[in-house]
Design a protein around this ligand. Structure first.
Ligand SMILES: NC(=O)c1ccc[n+]([C@@H]2O[C@H](COP(=O)([O-])OP(=O)(O)OC[C@H]3O[C@@H](n4cnc5c(N)ncnc54)[C@H](O)[C@@H]3O)[C@@H](O)[C@H]2O)c1
Length: 438
């Protein structure tokens, strides 16, 4: 099939590459010239395991092309909308301006019957409004149909998740639209991926609901961690006990510095904003606490570090290991690690950050921080070390060797990736959120 993907960011670039790998002819459109140049040269504009190879192969064979000119998408049978829907400035609601612009420029080009499929995460009700607008403005009129096909990929596993999704959700208004999506995803469906066919509104809600469930779970476990600390209980044992209950399960039960990235926080806030519009602000306010508990993890981490420094950060050298919002990605959008690093810097500390993948993004977003090339470089002369992204590399740090590099062996494990016994036995003052100060 000839398919266009509008918006070539973390979601769109991956989706375009995976559609091309499945044998479709794909044109990716983005307004960011630099991004399009990079993609056209066969390179991913960000770190995502396996994506470079996938893009390079399809760009070389000509099945995947990128352009800034949306007219290049005009002939496609299916158009996927993958532009960003960030938090609106000065509000908790989603900013749909990129989606409005994308739909606005696409509409005038639609002269033949086609399916426009939303993949961006949007407030419930958006798809129906967009559909009406498209049909009104497109020369093809009622021959243009809108569907919603939310994306559940996880950054750091984006290629794997796109090629082998655990479910496909088709929000459609007709059998024809359902069939088109089945053709697009034929390989994954033949592989056994379950498809849930539903209406537009349920499909829109599917993604944001998944994110608020995950966000709530993380904040709940962080609440438990804080209670454990206050009551001198052990959150490691507690989460193990909870995880053995198969109604609860063991995944996503790790306390720490909290969630970040381009999705969980903004989707939680946008859900509350939309619930308020629907007259459900009262019950949705539980999610404000989820957000507040999450943000509190960052200030608690800063407080821990400052306490270890004897109550004063000014002029002290601090090492921050990890900058990406999660391991496997170089994405620093709303990264708890970087937030903590920047706060410590604002309090006068000299902050040295190391992240093997996200260094360039740190320099772009926080040029005031020192970006280092290795764990040792970041930790040299440090009076406290903070581990804030769960990179595998940090699990393997030898505490004995690192004790010889730092000025004072003090560490805050914000992701529970280090072995407390081993670090303490090597002479470190070891602290972790939820684990008390023993
Ligand atoms: N990142 C994820 O893991 C993920 C997962 C599932 C869903 N989503 C959702 O997908 C959407 C995109 O997220 P993202 O992380 O890829 O964002 P992103 O910021 O990485 O990418 C968005 C891209 O859209 C481009 N763009 C903006 N306006 C445009 C226009 N008018 N025409 C063409 N391109 C335009 C931007 O230049 C940018 O490259 C969001 O709604 C997000 O919530 C993201």
């Amino acid at each position: 099939m000839l398919i266009s993907v509008i918006g070539a960011g973390y979601l769109g670039a991956t989706h375009a590459a995976c559609l091309a790998a499945d044998g479709h002819q794909v044109v990716g459109i983005d307004i960011d010239t630099h991004r399009v140049e990079r993609l056209s040269s066969g390179q991913a504009p960000f770190h995502e395991p396996g994506l470079d190879e996938l893009i390079a192969g399809s760009v070389e064979s000509g099945t995947l092309v990128f352009d800034t000119d949306v007219r290049r998408a005009a002939e496609a049978e299916v158009h996927f909308l993958c532009v960003g829907t960030p938090q609106r400035a000065g509000s908790h609601a989603a900013d749909l301006s990129a989606l409005d612009d994308a739909v606005g420029s696409l509409a005038a080009l639609l002269r033949r019957p086609c399916l426009v499929v939303g993949k961006s995460t949007v407030p419930v009700g958006t798809a129906r409004t967009l559909g009406a607008r498209l049909r009104e403005r497109a020369p093809a009129g009622r021959e243009v149909e809108v569907a919603w096909n939310p994306e559940f990929l996880r950054e750091g596993h984006a290629v794997q998740d796109s090629l082998h999704p655990d479910r496909l959700v088709f929000g459609v208004g007709s059998d024809e639209a359902d069939q088109v999506l089945r053709d697009v995803y034929a390989r994954a469906i033949n592989e056994g991926t379950p498809v849930v066919r539903t209406d537009l509104e349920t499909a829109e809600l599917a993604k944001v609901s998944a994110n608020i469930m995950l966000a709530s779970r993380i904040s709940l476990v962080n609440l438990l961690a804080e209670v454990c600390e206050a009551a001198q209980a052990d959150v490691g044992d507690l989460t193990r006990i909870l995880g053995l209950d198969d109604r609860i399960g063991a995944r996503f039960l790790r306390p720490g510095v909290g969630f970040g990235g381009g999705c969980l926080a903004k989707d939680t806030r946008a859900f509350v904003a939309r619930a308020e519009e629907l007259g459900l602000g009262g019950p949705a306010s539980v999610l404000r606490e989820v957000d507040a508990i999450n943000m509190r993890q960052r200030s608690r981490t800063v407080d821990r570090a400052v306490a270890l420094l004897g109550g004063r950060a000014a002029g002290r050298r601090v090492a921050v290991l990890g900058a990406a919002f999660k391991a496997g990605s170089d994405d620093v959008r709303d990264s708890p690690a970087l937030d903590v690093a920047a706060t410590l810097h604002a309090r006068g500390a000299e902050v040295h950050v190391y992240d093997a993948e996200a260094a360039m993004n740190v320099r772009r977003v926080h040029p005031q921080l020192h970006v280092e090339a290795s764990v040792d470089d970041a930790c040299r002369g440090a009076e406290v070390v903070l581990v804030l992204t769960e990179w595998e590399e940090f699990r393997g740090i030898d505490p004995v060797a690192l004790a010889g590099v730092v000025a004072s062996p003090r560490v805050v494990d914000g992701r529970l990736v280090l072995d407390p016994d081993k670090w303490r036995a090597s002479g470190w003052d070891f602290q972790a959120l939820g684990r008390g100060t023993a």
